[in-house]
Design a protein around this ligand. Structure first.
Ligand SMILES: Cc1cc2nc3c(=O)[nH]c(=O)nc-3n(C[C@H](O)[C@H](O)[C@H](O)COP(=O)(O)OP(=O)(O)OC[C@H]3O[C@@H](n4cnc5c(N)ncnc54)[C@H](O)[C@@H]3O)c2cc1C
Length: 440
């Protein structure tokens, strides 16, 4: 049986495996997914997870439950030697080992891209994982609880100041959602007022959300401004050492929550492979999702999709001729890849990936959203409703959709859950405090 190894069970990898389960005949191939995480993460929900509108576990999909005809290995792929068709797997505990394969599918996604700004690596938090989103939710609720007991002063201000770096889609969504979350929290405290909270978004360019038109992005700016949030355009973060934020404009303030959303880059793990990589660190691909070398020659038995891949955008809508890194592409590429791989196994020709952009939809806080498709822009409540509808149904698996929609309905009826569990980071503390120890 042909052995297919899928590196990464995120959007693209999960859908590749799911569709291979469906299309492969019994005995045709054995499919293995390797991922250090036991679930795929629905990343568009991360801003709503951070803002308490979606429970963290509802925004992920367990590999072992939904890829039941696929072999799942929870480990990192640390090396690929495609010339010899072997991959090194490194588990969280234990020694690395090597597996062999016949066909490899690399869908290892992207990671947060940072710049060497003092303090960022130590102080900031990204927004690419469910752990980060859940931790942001706990941090903000914990900071409100702490600030409520403090008199006016710098420490109180620091706890009630939220900074988001990066005015792309993810940055604006989490900024808007957290502003909305903070307003719900303010209502629960009689010692914290709306004016005590400060929200700063730092964007190096002269505008936000390049995916929407300039007038739409300006509407979003006005919307955020009306909610007391401050957007610093044409501004760079210069330092974040110990939470002291310094901007290129000379402005400084302190913050206990600095969220970095200023870009992503292809997963650097691909540098530990002998697969062809282009200038931006992505695996070179043809439109049919087969890996190609610098001369455009197909590398046999190697496929790729999603954020880690430089896939030509045949619709003409991409950046530099390539598909932009988003879920719209990752899902569809995963499905196409599975069909192409099955066709290849059966001696048929693969079909080129083609997808026309469906537009962009974002939630920027409870009951507020924005949608843009070409010149059509919808703003406010309807766009927010579209955002929830689209993503609720795009969430893989009915079981997961039901949890998300169910949670939204419960929140609508009883308001969103303001509970944080900050002690989750130190779960043994309560036990340890009172535990008897042997006498010295
Ligand atoms: C906050 C946020 C909001 C977003 N909103 C939208 C949106 O509204 N619309 C949209 O279209 N897109 C959105 N995106 C982008 C979208 O989520 C990504 O483009 C999509 O997840 C890419 O899919 P992927 O499969 O390439 O990578 P991922 O989904 O990131 O999956 C990569 C997988 O590889 C695994 N992996 C990493 N290293 C290794 C290794 N060494 N070995 C094995 N496995 C490994 C990871 O654990 C992960 O499971 C958003 C992203 C973020 C962060």
């Amino acid at each position: 049986m042909r052995k297919i190894l899928i590196v990464g069970g995120g959007y693209a990898g999960f859908y590749t495996a799911k569709k291979l389960q469906k299309h492969l005949r019994r005995g045709e191939a054995e499919v293995t997914v390797v991922d250090p995480l036991p679930y795929m993460t629905y990343q568009p929900f991360l801003p709503e997870v951070a803002a308490g509108s979606i429970e963290p576990r509802h925004a992920v999909v367990a590999h072992r439950r939904h890829l039941n005809k696929t072999k799942v290995i929870t480990a990192k792929v640390t090396k690929i030697d495609h010339a010899n068709k072997t991959a090194e797997l490194t588990p969280a505990v234990g020694e690395p080992w090597t597996v062999d394969y016949d066909t490899i599918v690399v869908t290892a996604g992207a990671v947060s891209r940072t710049f060497p700004i003092p303090g960022v690596a130590d102080q900031a938090i990204g927004l690419k994982t469910i752990e980060e989103a859940a931790s942001i939710r706990d941090r903000i609720t914990d900071n409100f609880a702490k600030a409520a007991n403090l008199p006016a002063g710098p420490e109180r201000d620091r706890l009630l100041t939220v900074v988001v770096v990066g005015g792309g889609f993810a940055g604006i969504e989490v900024f808007g959602e957290l502003r909305s979350f903070a307003s719900s929290l303010v209502a629960a405290y009689d010692t914290i007022s709306f004016d005590d909270t400060r929200f700063h978004l730092i964007e190096a360019m002269g505008r936000i959300m390049p995916e929407v038109s300039l007038p739409t992005s300006q509407w979003v700016l006005r919307e955020l401004d009306s909610r007391g949030a401050q957007v610093h355009l044409d501004t760079q973060l210069v330092s974040a050492v110990d939470g002291k934020v310094e901007l290129s404009t000379g402005e400084t303030f302190e913050s206990d929550l600095i969220i970095w959303t200023a870009g992503v880059m292809a997963n650097p793990v691909v540098r530990n492979t002998d697969l062809p990589i282009e200038e931006r660190g992505r695996i070179r691909a043809r439109a049919d999702l087969r890996v190609v070398d610098e001369n455009g020659e197909v590398v046999p038995d190697a496929w790729t999709a999603g954020d880690v891949a430089a896939v030509p955008d045949l619709s003409g809508g991409g950046v530099g001729g390539f598909c932009v890194p988003n879920a719209q592409h990752a899902v569809r590429q995963g499905k196409r890849l599975a069909k192409n791989l099955v066709a290849d196994i059966r001696g048929d020709a693969p079909i080129e990936y083609f997808h026309k952009n469906l537009g962009a939809v974002a939630g920027i806080g409870l009951y507020r959203g924005v949608y843009q498709y070409k010149k059509l822009a919808i703003k406010g409540f309807i766009a927010w409703f579209m955002h929830r509808g689209y993503h609720g149904f795009a969430m893989p698996m009915w079981e997961r959709k039901a949890r998300v929609f169910g949670n939204w309905i419960i929140n609508f009826l009883f308001r969103r859950d303001l509970v944080g569990i900050p002690a989750r980071d130190v779960p043994r503390e309560a036990f340890e405090t009172f535990a008897s120890r042997p006498k010295a």
